[in-house]
Design a protein around this ligand. Structure first.
Ligand code: NAP
Length: 307
């Protein structure tokens, strides 16, 4: 016999945990499944200062607070990697590497995964100087020089975090303007330890076979080639949606983000999507939480209509 829940939530990020809170508080049986620790990308974020209620909080600390709220009304949390969802009309089968479960409604909150730069040396020096998580690896580069690649919120927030550890942070951006929010940009421009290299692409991560020693670059306006010495290379060039297990459902746009309406409903009845995995404008903890509340409530209405 398959374990059965009213609602299964795939992904225990801020959106998934909020859906779990809403659906379980409405007295539904709820399970969250995540292939890692709850919190999602909050765990890779040093400081969050745009989540109301906390002037500033460490990402993993906010994750823990949310987890406690999300399980307060009985929602369960299980490890597992979801491999597919089968739509059987009034019930959904969620297949994972740990077994299969049945649900009335499914909420997908799998978020996104960092994008690779795709240059020589990137994979070779993974874990030996190349990183996608300053909070996880920044401490290895205390008083050393590091490079950050990218110009979005992640690159600039994490450059600021790294400036508190490293002796110098060089941000390499492919344009001459940052994409990051202005408040973060201003802070980075005012930080003596952060330097910017504009209109420049990284063409290779170089090293001494053991560890990273720097990056090769090319200025995309002048074609001038260069090399920047660094012990660490932190890559923040955006994210791709984690929607591969759901490709059979035809619920994504051409780039793989899941399309929903304002009720967080996908085109498949009883399957909802929330947070960063959605096709949306603003990917933030606050907006994921908003999506999560809406989906939790609408999953409750949907499941109630089945009885
Ligand atoms: P993002 O906003 O997509 O920015 C990616 C950056 O990488 C852009 O500057 C982009 O350059 C650059 N880039 C992309 N492909 C590249 C390549 N092949 N080579 C070199 N550079 C490349 O990604 P993100 O910064 O990870 O943010 C993801 C989402 O999370 C966003 O919605 C963001 O607002 C949100 N977020 C928010 C916060 C916060 O509020 N504190 C913190 C982190 C993330 P172009 O600018 O030229 O496109």
């Amino acid at each position: 016999m398959m374990e059965k829940y009213d609602v299964i939530i795939i992904g225990a990020g801020p959106g998934g945990m909020t859906s779990a809170l809403y659906a379980s508080r409405a007295n539904l049986s709820v399970m969250m499944i995540d292939r890692g620790i709850y919190g999602g990308q909050m765990n890779n974020t040093a400081e969050i200062e745009n989540y109301p209620g906390f002037k500033s909080i460490l990402g993993p600390d906010l994750a823990k607070e949310m987890y406690e709220s999300s399980t307060n009304f009985g929602a369960k949390y299980e490890y597992g990697t979801v491999e597919s969802i089968e739509d059987k009309g009034d019930s959904k089968i969620v297949n994972t590497d740990q077994g299969s479960y049945e649900a009335g409604a499914v909420i997908i909150g799998t978020g996104s995964q960092y994008r690779k730069l795709g240059v020589p040396g990137e994979d070779e020096y993974g874990g030996r100087g190349v990183s996608y998580c300053a909070v996880c690896d920044g401490a290895f580069f205390k008083n050393r020089e590091v490079v950050v690649v990218g110009g979005g919120d992640s690159a600039i927030s994490e450059a600021l975090y790294l400036a508190g550890l490293a002796s110098k942070v060089t941000v390499i951006h492919r344009r001459d303007q940052l994409r990051a929010q202005k408040v973060i940009q201003d802070r980075a421009f005012a930080n003596d330890k952060i330097e910017f290299v504009w209109d420049t692409n990284v063409t290779e991560v170089v090293g001494d076979n053991m560890k990273v020693t720097g990056v090769k670059t090319i200025n995309n306006k002048t074609n001038e080639e260069g090399e920047i010495a660094a012990s660490g290379v932190f890559i923040y060039v955006g994210n791709n949606p984690m929607t591969e297990p759901f490709s059979n459902l035809n619920i994504t746009d051409e780039k793989g983000w899941i399309k929903t309406n304002e009720r967080m409903e996908t085109s498949v009845k009883g399957i909802f999507a929330i947070g960063d995995v959605r096709e949306k404008e603003l990917r933030q903890v606050t907006t994921a939480v908003g999506d999560g509340g809406i989906a939790g409530q609408n999953a409750f209405e949907y499941v109630s209509s089945l009885h």
